[in-house]
Design a protein around this ligand. Structure first.
Ligand code: ATP
Ligand code: MG
Length: 615
């Protein structure tokens, strides 16, 4: 989906957990309805066989005049009724078999539909989350931890899937099972049924209490596991720092401590679980014992038949597991609820605003910053204060300023990575406010080499072509030549097909910067921003790249941000920023004559260079 299409999309808000679940279920809800139906059918079929066995024992083998459902009664009449059954026991056995077979078929469909439905659900959930996250503003990403977002998209998605596909189904199934079993039992004997019923709240209550308690423990285990993987991840990513500072022993001790803590948690949890399973087994068997003892008494007294006694025992045994799982399902509901809220937090985050309609702005026109002031949402001071200057279309402008003076912020605002609030000044391109330009159009036409380039774990060529998917091999070569990258690549065994390792670790700092420059050059955007992009290359390469750039940038407007004056002294206009304010504007000659801050920096840097040469 393009940003343009997204801009036209209705923004959905999920005010309740239910609406969130229904949104995720879109596209797979049919499977859910069907497999829940099959699950209930399985429960119903499971309940029939004890009934057949009870009838066989009492009426077919014994002499009790039992009753059959009307339909079956009518079918048996022409054959000779119960008398025929007494002669043809195979018919009863076949009925048991047929019910079991029908149960197996329903189980198959239940499993199949459950598998497909839940995978479809997870597939849709991941896609919808990923799509939404991709369109969340830069500011949202800087406020939220990557690890946390990933955790939400993996383990919370999994929790919801488990809940919907297993526990919720179980809930329906168990309710049908308990409801129908109790109905059959009440019809057979009320007093014996009451014995069974008396145990249900005890078992469900105990299981609910236990699982709620254990749920809290599981949450703590999750937190501890998160801490453990954070240590591991930090050490893997920062392996160089750990080695360089000889911090292996310290890091190992830290990991071991956390690992022991985590293991202790699990051991305690396992102890709790063992205690629960044993005690709840005991309670369930007590229920069975009570049914057996009281049932025997009733049987001896002649209140119930042997067949009823057998059926009662089968039903009680059949209910043992579902009753216990009911408590767990109810307890897990709150866990799933928390996971749904965690995903709702992501899905309810506002995507980038895009109301722009002016998709025909001449991006080669003048760029004007007019009384721009800016403060980050989480920052306390004004980063930019009343900044005004003009970048003439097609010209090269240099922005010079100390660390933290707001240079990158200015560019983020121009590319609308951060949104300039209304009333804090305006940024216009060819007279049009950038807020009126659709995001896709604006970003398509502004190419920016970020100060901290990020390379994907793909080949070098794929990394360079990322900015322009229609770029061919020749375009990549040309861009690399301009960025002075070709020489370095010629030393790689696999040239442009070299796999750039995770976060580009196989490249040097300067090579990474040059890859980022090449990345932007394949784009041929009307506005090109180089944010401190030549800081990691030596002065000679810097000059070489600048010369090559001058030839290839054509009529594009070029914005060069640098700390080194030599990088931008040939620019048509130079803006000097100091603490978020414009200190000076002019070309090199004018600024030198001004004897202001630019001149001071120039003198300082030339002196340093001389000292370096002498040293
Ligand atoms: P440098 O030359 O070091 O790259 P810069 O001129 O590019 O510096 P900016 O990156 O624009 O400086 O940062 C200006 C100020 O804004 C700094 O004080 C920085 O701490 C602050 N800042 C930058 N990004 C954020 C952010 N996402 N949230 C809050 N404050 C920020
Ligand atoms: Mg910066």
């Amino acid at each position: 989906m393009t940003i343009k299409e997204r801009g036209l999309m209705k923004k959905e808000r999920f005010d309740s957990r239910f609406s969130m679940v229904m949104y995720f279920l879109k596209g797979s809800i049919g499977y859910f309805v069907l497999f829940i139906l099959f699950a209930c059918l399985v429960s119903l079929l499971d309940l029939i066989n004890p009934k057949i066995i009870s009838y066989t024992v009492d009426t077919v083998l014994g002499d009790d005049p039992g009753t059959l459902p009307l339909l079956i009664e009518n079918m048996l009449v022409p054959l000779g009724g119960t008398a025929w059954l007494k002669e043809n026991l195979w018919a009863v056995a076949s009925a048991v078999m047929a019910v079991a077979l029908a149960g197996a078929v329903c189980r198959y469909f239940f499993q199949y539909l459950n598998g497909v439905g839940s995978e479809k659900l997870v597939h849709n959930m991941r896609n919808r989350l990923f799509d939404h996250i991709l369109h969340l503003p830069f500011s949202w990403h800087s406020e939220n931890h990557t690890g946390d977002i990933i955790q939400r998209c993996t383990s919370d998605v999994e929790t919801i899937k488990m809940f919907l596909s297993e526990q919720l189904t179980q809930l329906f199934r168990v309710i049908v099972l308990i409801g129908m079993a109790l109905y059959f039992m009440f019809n057979m004997n009320v007093r014996l049924t009451l014995v069974v019923v008396a145990f249900i709240p005890v078992i469900v209550g105990y299981s609910l209490y236990f699982h709620t308690k254990i749920g809290d423990q599981f949450e703590k285990v999750d937190v501890e596991e998160g801490k453990l993987s954070a240590i591991a991840q930090e050490n893997l990513t920062g392996v160089r720092v750990v080695r360089a500072f000889g911090a292996e022993a310290y890091e190992r001790a830290r990991f071991e401590k956390q690992n022991s803590y985590y293991t202790d948690f699990w051991v305690r949890l396992m102890k709790l679980m063992s205690a629960f399973w044993t005690s709840s087994d005991l309670v369930s068997y007590l229920q069975l014992l009570a049914v057996m003892v009281y049932g025997t008494v009733l049987c001896v007294e002649g209140e119930i038949s042997v067949g009823t006694f057998i059926a009662f025992n089968s039903y009680t045994a059949m209910l043992m597991w579902p009753i216990r799982s009911l408590g767990r399902t109810i307890a897990n509901m709150s866990k799933a609820g928390i996971s749904i809220d965690r995903l709702r937090y992501i899905m309810n985050a506002e995507t980038e605003e895009d109301h722009g309609v002016c998709a025909d702005v001449n991006m080669h026109g003048d760029i004007v910053f007019d009384h721009v002031s800016y403060q980050y949402e989480n920052g306390s001071k004004d980063i930019l204060q009343d900044v005004s200057f003009t970048i003439p279309g097609g010209k090269t402008i240099g922005i010079l300023g100390g660390t933290g003076s707001g240079k990158s912020t200015l560019m983020y605002l121009l590319d609308r990575l951060y949104e300039l609030p209304q009333g804090s000044g305006t940024i216009t391109i060819d007279g049009t406010d950038i807020r009126d330009i659709p995001l896709f159009y604006l970003r398509e036409n502004i190419g920016m080499v970020l100060q901290e380039p990020y390379l994907f774990s793909r080949t070098l060529e794929e990394n360079i072509a990322i900015a322009n998917r229609s770029a061919g091999h020749e375009d990549v070569l040309k861009a690399s030549r301009t960025a002075s990258l070709d020489h370095a690549v010629s030393h790689f065994k696999e040239g442009y097909q070299t796999f750039v390792g995770e976060r580009g670790v196989t490249l040097s700092g300067g090579q990474k910067q040059r890859t980022a420059i090449a990345q932007m050059l394949v784009r041929k955007a009307p506005v090109m921003i180089f944010d401190d992009s030549l800081s990691a290359v030596d002065a000679e390469t810097d000059a070489k790249i600048r010369n090559a750039l001058k030839k290839s940038t054509g009529d594009s407007t070029v914005i060069l941000i640098a700390h080194r004056i030599t990088t931008l002294m040939n620019a048509d206009v130079i803006v000097v920023l100091e603490d978020g304010k414009v200190a000076e504007i002019g070309n090199h000659t004018q600024l030198m004559e001004n004897h202001g801050i630019y001149r001071q920096i120039y003198d300082l840097q030339s002196r340093n260079m001389e000292t370096e040469v002498i040293a």
